[in-house]
Design a protein around this ligand. Structure first.
Ligand code: PLP
Length: 388
């Protein structure tokens, strides 16, 4: 990590991988438009189609099912719509059922009207309540159109893994469409769109070490697609018009190749560091609450509440000590809001929680320093007149 600062906010953005940087730089000088038929254009077209293959491989999909977008937020807005097409035949979606812990990119409901949105609750462990989903789908009025369900594979705040394959079976039994935000899962758990059984996956480049501002909507098939959000020149088979961001796509593909390599081995090394840090935190402050510790989580995330310490105050204290981490839902707007994820899990959101998220570049020394800062912050919160 650069200077004396420690970056522990990988779920907000992972540092750019050298391979992704190199891919971006070598594409920057390529002249031509990927839609042009001349040699220069065709070279860029080849680069994009190879990138499509690499991104597809990250989630076991067919290359033809990948639509590049400006990021996961755009991919969500593209797919979350009442208007689909099955080939050329219009297909109506009547309602969107999204889990209460979705990222705002999904939670806002894309192109659905507010009245057409329903929330699927989660348990206090932060896992989607399967029985509630079953009840909601059983009560769905099919006259309005098909039901659409949106559940993330890994939550960005807690790191908790959702039972997507089980959810997919339920959605299928009700003839619905399942959209999975796999942004925080990519590169951290093996992903197979077939095994998950979902209809669409959403990916983002900057969470896996690629550049910001590029992502993808990945479909399981090629026949059923949402009505486009961005119309124009018909790029991306008409699903997303506009000259492709070739530089960013090249970087995304390089990051996707790295993210596909040895996920299990990479993550167990990261999880060992995470577990070590958690053990140190628990030793320094017995009352620290680590959310989601009893359920399946990705190995890089610690979402915790320190009683007596407000999340905003904690974030500043860590920052002043040179440790970058997140509080609440700060990753989107810069201002610290109350965590809707904590609220959904039934916690009092006023105190909030802090998120430590690490990655491949995190070292043992970083963990030790972060543990020392944690101990200092935890001790200080109890000092008279200093509790936040
Ligand atoms: N979904 C999840 C789970 C995220 O963590 C994020 C980013 O914070 C997004 C969607 C939005 O991604 P992007 O920044 O590519 O629009």
């Amino acid at each position: 990590m650069s200077g004396s600062r420690i970056y522990m906010d990988w779920n907000a953005t992972a540092p750019l991988l050298p391979e992704a940087r190199e891919a971006c730089l070598s594409t920057l000088d390529l002249v031509g438009n990927p839609s042009s038929v001349h040699g220069e254009g065709r070279a860029l077209r080849t680069l994009i189609e190879n990138a499509r293959r690499d991104v597809a491989a990250l989630c076991g999909a067919k290359a033809a099912s990948v639509t590049f977008t400006s990021g996961a937020t755009e991919a969500a807005n593209l797919v979350l719509t009442p208007d689909f097409r099955m080939g050329r035949t219009p297909l109506k979606i009547g309602r969107l059922y999204a889990s209460s812990i979705e990222h705002p990119a999904v939670r806002e409901g894309g192109r659905f009207a507010r009245e057409a949105l329903s929330e699927i609750p989660v348990t206090s462990n932060g896992v989607v309540e399967i029985s509630a989903l079953q009840d909601l789908l059983a009560a769905h009025d099919r006259q309005l159109g098909l039901p659409m369900v949106a559940v993330m594979l890994v939550n960005n705040e807690t790191g908790i893994i959702q039972p997507v394959a089980e959810i997919a079976e339920i959605v299928r039994a009700h003839g619905g469409i399942l959209v999975v935000d796999a942004v925080q899962a990519a590169g951290r758990v093996p992903i197979s769109i077939e095994d998950l059984g979902c209809d669409f996956l959403i990916l983002s480049s900057h969470k896996i070490g690629g550049p910001k501002g590029v992502g993808a909507l990945v479909a399981r098939g090629e026949v059923m697609m949402p009505v486009p959000l961005i119309r124009g020149g018909g790029q991306e088979k008409g699903h997303r018009s506009g000259t492709e961001n070739t530089v960013a796509i090249a970087g995304f593909a390089a990051a996707a190749r790295k993210a596909s390599e040895g996920v299990g081995q990479r993550m167990s090394a990261i999880a060992a560091l995470r577990d070590r840090l958690e053990a140190e935190m628990l030793a320094a402050a017995h009352d620290v609450v680590i959310h989601g510790r009893d359920v399946s989580r990705v190995g890089n995330t610690i979402f915790f509440t320190l009683p007596g310490l407000k999340a905003e105050t904690g974030q500043i204290a860590f920052d002043l000590e040179g440790v970058a981490l997140s509080a609440g839902s700060a990753c989107s707007s810069g201002k610290v809001g109350q965590s809707h994820v904590l609220t959904a899990m039934g916690y009092d959101p006023r105190q909030g929680a802090l998120r430590i998220s690490i990655g491949e570049a995190t070292t043992q020394a970083d963990i030790e320093r972060c543990a020392a800062v944690f101990a200092k912050v935890a001790a200080r919160r109890r000092a008279p007149g200093q509790a936040a």
